[in-house]
Write a protein that binds this ligand. Sequence first.
Ligand code: NAD
Ligand code: ZN
Length: 254
Amino acid sequence: MPQNQHSIDMDKIREVAGRLNAFSRILVLTGAGISQESGVPTFRGKDGLWKSQRAEDLATPEAFAKDPVLVWKWYDWRRSLIKPLQPNRAHYALVDLEERIEVFSLVTQNVDGLHRAAGSKNLIEMHGTLWRVRCTLCGKTSDNREVPITIPPMCEACGGMLRPDVVWFGEALDYEGLTRIYQLLENTEMMLVVGTSGVVQPAASFGLAAKRSGAFVVEVNRSKTPQSPFFDVSLDGKAGEILPRLVSAITYYA
Ligand code: NAD
Ligand code: ZN
């Protein structure tokens, strides 16, 4: 019987599981796709729009400087959508994987907090998190899960305006975090690139950087990406279906 395009290729999963068993240093990069099955909208899908405004036009320092109330309303809306959501099987599979691998690191572009909620420990949230705010005057950060939040929220310490503690388009990433990521990319033996479209830099080039350093790089995505041709294996399908199977296959073949 011809395989339909949605069936999961168990041979490839077993091959990748064999590699995971053989290596001790594993790095995982995740993007919005891993949270799709929890109900978090990805940016590039039709659900990514708010009042017909694009994320790329709202998640910028210029948009915040021009109209902080508008940008905060958008974040308040995103926080209200995401707050009730739960991690899915893909997030939990990565928690299981962390327990089995000697040196495991997880770098996420997501700001939804679901990896932390699932229990991942060695985690870098490279774009920050929706659940922390930062003062635009004194720089103090604090956790904040209020929904709805008072708009615009103000700093209790200095009275300055607070902003979401996330990295916006056109902003630099935290230097220390980025340095750590590049060290991991140089030293990892294997990398999984999960649910990321490969168009937002610098994360889009991480898989290729690991490959250049000699790592075995595997993509998990329900569609092809611009990087797919350069990776060692592409596992086509939903992260919530692929990752739990991968973790069971490791256990089985260990
Ligand atoms: P993206 O929206 O550009 O791409 C999502 C990718 O995931 C696509 O390649 C798609 O094919 C794939 N995908 C969708 N559903 C999937 C599933 N169930 N299983 C496997 N793959 C699936 O996301 P990106 O690459 O992360 O870049 C967007 C930027 O926007 C990031 O920088 C991120 O910080 C931010 N963002 C974050 C969230 C979040 O926190 N959950 C949501 C939207 C956007
Ligand atoms: Zn302040």
